[in-house]
Design a protein around this ligand. Structure first.
Ligand SMILES: [Zn+2]
Length: 379
């Protein structure tokens, strides 16, 4: 993600921090500096960093279990309102989703148990009752505060509101009984009801951060519903139905300006570069615009095209195509019938297919679905 930088790499997974993360550290410092001055500010900042180390470990829990089940972990991103594990692909079975979802809060439960033990051994536990702004910066305050924070993280994330972990657990459980489509719409509806209730509570009690988070939960539930609907629609349609049959192909010795002319005068945005009936590369609209901006309009297509062309069989579903595009980070795939090249499918073609196919007669039903690629953000 833009404006983020790497702070750690654990088990081959990058942990990135968003630039706005500094805000939460400042909030921590501010909160403790009022009563305890400069020392308090340092202590508050350190507490926030420790809290977000726990959040990163929570995301690492999701990530490692997800990787165990064959998903790709793109990164762990820390934002001021929490962490996100960027996973590519989706769990194959409801049980996998259940275990991936539980792994995050399980890390916080384990951390809380360890902190409980440490606090107990050090004789800190009696201080738990008078923990508050009045307690000064000390090891005891820090350890007790982190114990409470990890308990809160586990409990909050297990609220059964999709897309929170508890909502995913609920969806996975329902999936086993009624299938993913109905499970998602039920879990999303429950998630939105809870989000509205949380929002009302947050407004009444003046918790602005909670109000913001409940808004995100509400929108996240809509997104989950749209993604699942897209998956249902696209899962029924073979790639052989959606590729562009009247596509203009480029030759390696065409120029970028030729491609630009095609983009200007047709609806086509991505081009196969063909040599003797075989695609040897792909030139996308983004490639063309970049080349034009650099003043390379007269350059040969062969020098700019993407040489890796991802192949899919014509009988594969568009849902599988979307998954492949996301996994390989490619904007286009080449559709083949056996060894015979048929044409390209791009992100635009997928969006088009989704828009049109949802208006086909039953059993598919309408509604706006916006995102086809199965790229999940686990909080
Ligand atoms: Zn989580």
């Amino acid at each position: 993600m833009k404006w983020s930088f790497k702070v750690a790499r654990i088990a081959g997974i990058d942990v990135n921090v968003h630039a706005t993360f500094g805000l939460i550290v400042a909030v921590g410092a501010l909160e403790w500096s009022g009563r305890h001055g400069a020392q308090g500010a340092l202590f508050g900042a350190a507490l926030m960093l420790a809290l977000f180390a726990c959040v990163a470990l929570h995301e690492l829990g999701h990530s490692l279990v997800a990787r165990r089940f064959g998903l790709t972990v793109r990164e762990i991103l820390l934002l001021p309102i929490g962490g996100v594990a960027m996973l590519v692909g989706r769990p194959e079975r409801p049980l996998h989703e259940l275990l991936i979802a539980l792994a995050g809060p399980a890390v916080n439960v384990a951390l809380a148990a360890a902190l409980l033990l440490v606090n107990g051994v050090l004789g800190f536990l009696p201080g738990l009752t008078e923990l508050g702004a009045a307690s000064g910066p000390s090891l005891q305050t820090a350890l007790l505060w982190l114990l409470g924070a990890n308990m809160a993280l586990a409990v909050f994330n297990m609220i059964p509101a999709l897309p929170l972990d508890g909502g995913r657990v609920l969806r996975a459980g329902l999936s086993m009984a009624v299938g993913p489509a109905r499970a998602t719409s039920a879990a999303a509806a429950i998630g939105q009801v809870i989000a509205v209730a949380l929002f009302a509570f947050a407004l009444i009690s003046g918790h602005l951060v909670l109000a913001f988070i409940s808004l995100l939960v509400f929108l996240g539930a809509s997104q989950e519903r749209a993604t699942e609907r897209a998956r249902t629609i696209l899962g029924d349609v073979p790639a052989g139905r959606a590729y562009n049959r009247r596509a203009i192909a480029l030759s390696p010795c065409d120029r970028v300006n030729d491609a630009a002319e095609h983009i200007l005068t047709t609806y086509q945005t991505d081009f196969a570069v063909m040599l003797e009936g075989e695609p040897i590369g792909v030139l996308t609209r983004a490639d063309v615009i970049r080349a034009l901006a650099e003043g390379a309009g007269s350059a040969y297509v062969a020098g700019l095209m993407r040489r890796e062309v991802v192949r899919v069989g014509a009988d594969r579903s568009l849902d599988e195509v979307a998954r492949l595009m996301s996994e390989k980070s490619t904007p286009v795939v080449a559709v083949y019938d056996g060894e015979r090249y048929l044409g390209l499918i791009s992100h635009e073609d997928m969006a088009e297919a989704l828009t049109l196919l949802q208006f086909l007669p039953a059993p598919r039903q309408g509604g706006a679905a916006s995102q086809a690629a199965p790229r999940a953000q686990w909080t």
